[in-house]
Design a protein around this ligand. Structure first.
Ligand code: ADP
Ligand code: ADP
Length: 219
């Protein structure tokens, strides 16, 4: 099991945001975490990536406990946060180098990732010159540098225009071949386009968890 979450609870001040989440994700699954704004998707993803801690419950990623083995988990996990902290004044290549240094990644791998995410012409531009779709590519490229086994993508297509949306979905589909992915969205069509499993979250609770083939047969 790549991800195992048991009885996860999280509150902010007096607001109970995650109310007993249970979720297991196998190697190679592409899970669409579907739910309206405020459902708790980002909070769940921040807990899985170790950027926030839960109040109660267990989180294991690749059989390691997030509380005791966070750094080893982060080595195998790529994360595209919803508010991507891209440095506007940096050149794309410079930004990727900066990220690569964290994991001591070589220039060859940076080149590969630039090619994979189709950023070759943009690599010499400053981030602020790029469209939102290309900024998302840069965020995805940064998440892929250390060739993680698992990708956590927080609303990767929100705010994109229709053309960018199609392109970013195609890119995610392409990189999903050898990865386990959880991506959040509030659009069912996005799940249908990319994922093989849907997990619907509402007000901090999972209300549906089904493979796409089962879902399509039952509808
Ligand atoms: P989303 O679009 O996923 O609902 P939010 O707008 O809720 O995202 O969150 C944006 C950022 O602000 C996140 O980093 C989140 O942790 C933080 N945040 C959201 N709500 C609050 C709040 N009520 N108080 C403090 N920080 C918040
Ligand atoms: P989603 O990603 O599904 O939109 P979030 O996990 O961002 O949901 O938010 C769930 C709820 O928790 C929202 O009501 C949001 O305002 C609140 N929240 C998120 N982050 C924070 C935070 N850092 N402090 C306080 N409240 C927060």
């Amino acid at each position: 099991m790549d991800i195992q979450v048991q009885n996860l609870h999280k509150s902010y001040q007096n607001q109970h945001v995650l109310k007993g989440i249970n979720l297991s994700v196998k190697t190679g699954e592409i899970v669409g975490l579907l739910g309206p704004n405020g459902a708790g998707k980002s909070t769940l993803m921040k807990i899985l990536t170790g950027f926030t801690t839960a109040d109660e419950g267990e989180v294991h990623v690749i059989d390691k406990n997030i509380n005791t083995d966070k750094l080893n988990i982060q080595k195998q996990l790529g994360y595209l946060p919803e508010q991507n902290p891209l440095y506007d004044e940096m050149y794309v290549r410079e930004f990727l180098k900066f990220n690569a240094n964290i994991f001591k990644i070589n220039n060859q791998r940076i080149k590969e990732v630039i090619k994979l995410t189709q950023l070759t012409p943009e690599a010499n531009k400053k981030i602020h010159q790029l469209s939102k779709g290309y900024k998302q590519r840069v965020g995805i490229a940064a998440a892929l540098l250390h060739d993680p086994k698992i990708l956590i993508l927080d609303e990767p297509t929100t705010g994109l225009d229709p053309n960018q949306l199609v392109e970013i979905r195609a890119l995610i589909k392409k990189i999903s071949i050898d990865k386990t992915i959880i991506l959040s969205t509030h659009i069912m069509q996005e799940v249908e386009a990319i994922c093989n499993r849907v997990v619907i979250i509402k007000k901090g609770e999972i209300v549906k968890d089904q493979s796409l083939t089962d879902l399509q047969q039952s509808s």
